[in-house]
Design a protein around this ligand. Structure first.
Ligand code: ADP
Length: 301
């Protein structure tokens, strides 16, 4: 198959591993920088061009679209879908998952366990908002944040009020969340492909930190999931409409709670921690499911 990887940099670990795995299985792998793709949007023959030339037909594309280029990147992916190329994850599902609040609303509709979460726009609603999530300590999250940046633990009600007022003053969108203390600064990253968790790791925050992101100095180890954790991760990915997803779960006293569903989960942390060849599993999933002109949306949505 001719497979495109929508990625800005062919030297990134995940991109490199997907090229290696695809080539090892006899596919023609191409890295396409989404920002270098431009589109001819017309009724008859949608086209994508790059550096003055029309791109050939691709059987499948693997979107690895960074959060900072979601808008342009999903437009390019949608164009591939319109041309009949199979997307590993569809553009609509990626857009859905990039909106943290919308994601939580969709997950809650399906009865998936979540930390109690509040959202408000007026300063006068702050006291009730804090009560709604059970008071301090609580977690305040900027909706635009990634890799743990913009996630704050407010230990006291006073601290929570100050941070919320500051965010409101800056017109930043944020949500307020119950702090899951018993998670002990750890979370689970469940790597879902299709209807299976194919690898999972436990990420532990460094001492004195509650955020377990590897970018924030957290460390990762192989973990065995409970059946409930597995089922929750698969259901969360399905709810978002993602074939491949990194589902982040907190272990709470009342079962697994989903924090986030990531549509471009990185391969480095999970392959290193679990010693599994995740890249090859992604390629073999594409081999099984990709059929030209068989995308579900054809760019609809
Ligand atoms: P990001 O998307 O920026 O990584 P997250 O929502 O995943 O932000 O939060 C970063 C980290 O902070 C998580 O991996 C987890 O360790 C910790 N964390 C986030 N929310 C909570 C919470 N409600 N209770 C306890 N820990 C949390």
């Amino acid at each position: 198959m001719r497979i495109g990887i929508l990625s800005r940099n062919k030297n990134l670990y995940s991109t490199r591993r997907l090229i290696e795995a695809g080539e090892a299985r006899g596919h023609e792998m191409h890295v396409l920088d989404p920002l270098r793709c431009y589109m001819n949007i017309n009724a008859k023959e949608p086209e994508i061009h790059m550096r003055g030339k029309e791109l050939p037909v691709f059987d499948a594309v693997i979107p690895r679209i960074g959060a900072s280029i979601t808008f342009y990147g999903t437009a390019v992916l949608r164009q591939f879908e319109m041309m009949g190329t199979y997307p590993l994850n569809e553009s609509v599902a990626i857009s859905r998952s990039r909106d943290k609040l919308r994601s939580l609303q969709l997950l809650s509709r399906k009865g998936i366990g979540l930390p109690v979460t509040g959202f408000a726009s007026k300063p006068s609603d702050i006291p009730d908002l804090i009560d709604m999530v059970g008071g301090a300590p609580l977690v305040i999250k900027l909706l635009e944040g990634t890799q743990g940046i913009g996630v704050v633990l407010a230990e006291t009600r006073k601290a929570a009020e100050s941070v919320i007022e500051a965010f409101m003053g800056l017109n930043a969108h944020f949500m307020v969340q119950e702090y899951i203390k018993e998670a002990g600064g750890a979370d689970l990253r469940c790597f879902v492909i299709g209807d299976k968790v194919i690898a999972a790791m436990k990420r532990q925050a460094k001492p004195g930190e509650f955020r377990s992101n590897l970018h924030r100095g957290g460390s990762a180890t192989l973990v065995k999931l409970s059946p409930a954790e597995r089922a929750t991760a698969v259901k969360a990915a399905k709810t978002m409409g993602l074939n491949v997803a990194g589902v982040d779960i907190l272990r709470s006293n009342h079962g697994p709670l989903v924090m986030e569903v990531n549509s471009s989960p990185g391969l480095e942390g999970i392959e290193t921690a679990t010693d599994k060849d995740v890249a090859t599993q992604i390629i073999s999933f594409i081999e099984k499911t990709a059929q030209l002109h068989k995308t579900r949306t054809k760019g609809r949505g």
